[in-house]
Design a protein around this ligand. Structure first.
Ligand code: ADP
Ligand code: MG
Length: 577
């Protein structure tokens, strides 16, 4: 419990006034809920003693009407405040979590599944905020009721009867709590199974087209079914412990009632107590039942939340390997980027993907990169996005290590068009504006022109405002590529990287785009990874990457004179035409 309070201390302090008001409301509600039974006892004694007159009757009836009304009003205010703070807390915790995810590097995302990350910010987060509300509401209100009730029972009715009937309750409760604490370990297992199931469902939803195309619905459903069954199975263990709880406690409670009644009647016969008092007393015994169970449930809930807090915190305390520090410098411009003996190994791989790579890019140059699929071209140029730290060697920008600069500055320098296009479920224009949110219409039009997307607009029903489906399903592969290029171009980046971004466009369109780049990006740096040699023919330098290493380097003409991969592939491409 202390754990949860510590974690949300900042929030409680921020909203302290509301919390104090809620505290008073809860105590008042607890107190009011006990008064009717007292009034009833008083009424009965008054009737029996024959002292009932008109004014007492009005008072009694008045109290019995007013009490529930005021309880209702206070509860209304309390519920409003409580829901509002719970919502705000959820919102803020979620916001913190998401902004933390944005700070994480690629290694982090290789370590955690999407489903897992989502379940931590949904199921786990809900259980944290629920526990936070329960601590307040459940504990304050129920402890309030128990204390007020025992106070009235012990001090104004009979302390002997109170001891006789109430002491049995904590004993029963302790036994039951021991059983419940065993449940905790199953809750943790259940959380993990649940996360796995979420991941599988996510995968099926995302991959539904591929699944259907390969007629794998049955197979996929079977896998999902297994995951769901595992989820249900693990839940069953938890329910089994739960179901021990209520019946056992009811037995204990029944005994408390019998004791109160038997001894109460005895005390009446001994004239130690009135009938009205016994009725009030027995009502109070009944009223203790709810709060005692509630408190025990709250502790279970809090225990579950402790697991959730740990899961939430595990993410929140991750520090990305790629991060800025106080000494990180700005980049205003750059003159040269130099790769020096760079070797890179993906975090969970054994073999490096790029090995001992040395080359340089001067500002204003166009670099072409070619090589077989899987040779490491994308991995090489993505080093400029600072997704990972290099494993060996170093990349220098103007003779300073790349990791001495602010990450954001480096990413701002680069306009990267990836091999697989990520389009958002928004309009065409909005997708382009991600590159530069404050760009005006002229800028959009210019980017579209360079990317040769102009001709496609004619076929789109609502032109620039046409909605692009999730992952860009309404556009053809080539259109998606050109849209992505326009997004990078609108940023007018110092360095434009086309990572195999022309693979889905025809040769003529490719020629147009390359021609536009030569015209519009004069003096800027371009890195073009391509399959077709026509795309890199005009580059200042072409690198041939084979098996993670640079095997050839030179201009188109120079490379054609060498006997190597470039020449062989070039001849093959020419003869295929
Ligand atoms: P290219 O762009 O030349 O086709 P890539 O750089 O995409 O090559 O891939 C080079 C190698 O690195 C491939 O063997 C690929 O399987 C591996 N690879 C790519 N991305 C990852 C990753 N995130 N984790 C582990 N291995 C990867
Ligand atoms: Mg690639």
């Amino acid at each position: 419990m202390a754990n949860i309070i510590r974690k949300i201390k900042w929030f409680i302090i921020e909203h302290r006034v509301t919390y104090v008001i809620m505290l008073f409301l809860l105590l008042s509600i607890a107190f009011i809920s006990l008064t009717p039974a007292y009034v009833l006892g008083f009424a009965i004694d008054t009737v029996i003693s024959g002292k009932l007159n008109e004014s007492t009757l009005v008072m009694i009836v008045g109290a019995l009407v007013l009490l529930p009304v005021s309880r209702y009003a206070l509860s209304f205010v309390y519920n409003y405040l409580s829901n509002k703070t719970a919502q705000t807390l959820t919102f803020q915790l979620r916001k913190r979590y998401l902004s933390h995810l944005f700070e994480m590097d690629s290694k982090f995302f290789e370590l955690y599944d999407k489903g897992d990350l989502i379940s931590r910010v949904t199921a786990d987060l809900d259980s944290i905020t629920q526990a936070a509300s329960s601590i307040m509401e459940g504990i304050i209100f129920n402890v309030g009721v128990i204390l007020f009730a025992i106070g009235v029972m012990g001090f104004s009715i009979s302390w002997e009867l109170t001891i006789i009937s109430v002491t049995i309750m904590p004993i029963g409760l302790t036994i039951l709590n021991i059983i419940r604490s065993k449940k905790r370990k199953y809750v943790k297992i259940h959380r993990e199974i649940y996360a796995e199931m979420t991941e599988k469902v996510l995968e099926s939803v995302e991959g539904q087209k591929t699944i259907r195309a390969y007629v794998q619905e049955e197979n996929d459903l079977d896998k999902l079914k297994d995951a769901i069954d595992a989820d249900i199975e693990s839940w069953r263990y938890i329910v089994r412990y739960e179901s021990w709880f209520n019946p056992l406690f009811e037995v204990v409670y029944g005994i408390a009632y019998v004791l109160a009644f038997v001894f109460g009647v005895y005390f009446i016969l001994e004239s130690k107590m009135s009938l009205g008092q016994l009725i009030t007393f027995v009502s109070y015994v009944g009223m203790l039942y709810g709060p005692i169970i509630a408190i025990s449930t709250i502790f279970t809930q809090i225990n579950n939340a402790t697991i959730s807090i740990d899961r939430y915190d595990e993410i929140m305390t991750q520090v990305p390997e790629v991060h800025d520090d106080l000494t990180s410098k700005d980049i205003i411009d750059f003159k040269q980027i130099r790769f020096e003996n760079v070797t890179f190994l993906y975090p969970f791989d054994k073999q490096p993907v790029i090995k001992d790579i040395t080359f340089e890019i001067n500002n204003g140059q166009t670099i072409g990169i070619v090589g077989p699929t899987g040779s490491g071209k994308s991995t090489l140029i993505r080093q400029l996005l600072r997704e990972f730290n290099v494993t060996q060697g170093q990349i220098y920008i103007d003779n300073q290590r790349i990791d001495s600069y602010k990450i954001e500055d480096i990413r701002n320098l680069v306009g990267y068009v990836p091999q697989t296009h990520i389009l958002f479920k928004r309009g065409v224009d909005e997708n382009i504006l991600i590159g530069k949110p404050n760009a005006n219409v002229d800028m959009i039009n210019k980017a579209i022109k360079i990317a040769d997307f102009e001709k496609d607009l004619l076929f789109l029903q609502q032109g620039l405002h046409t909605m692009v489906g999730e992952s860009g399903t309404t556009l053809s592969g080539g259109q998606k590529q050109r849209l992505s290029i326009a997004r990078a171009l609108i940023k007018e980046p110092e360095i434009l990287i086309l990572d195999d971004s022309l693979s889905a466009v025809d040769a003529k369109t490719e020629d147009t785009i390359i021609g536009h780049l030569i015209d519009f990006r004069k003096g800027k740096t371009n890195i073009i990874v391509a399959h077709r040699f026509s795309a890199v023919r005009d580059a200042d330098v072409i690198l041939v990457i084979e098996n993670g290493q640079i095997t050839q380097k030179g201009t188109h003409e120079e490379l054609l004179k060498q006997d190597g991969w470039y020449k062989h592939q070039y001849i093959q491409q020419m003869t295929m035409k």
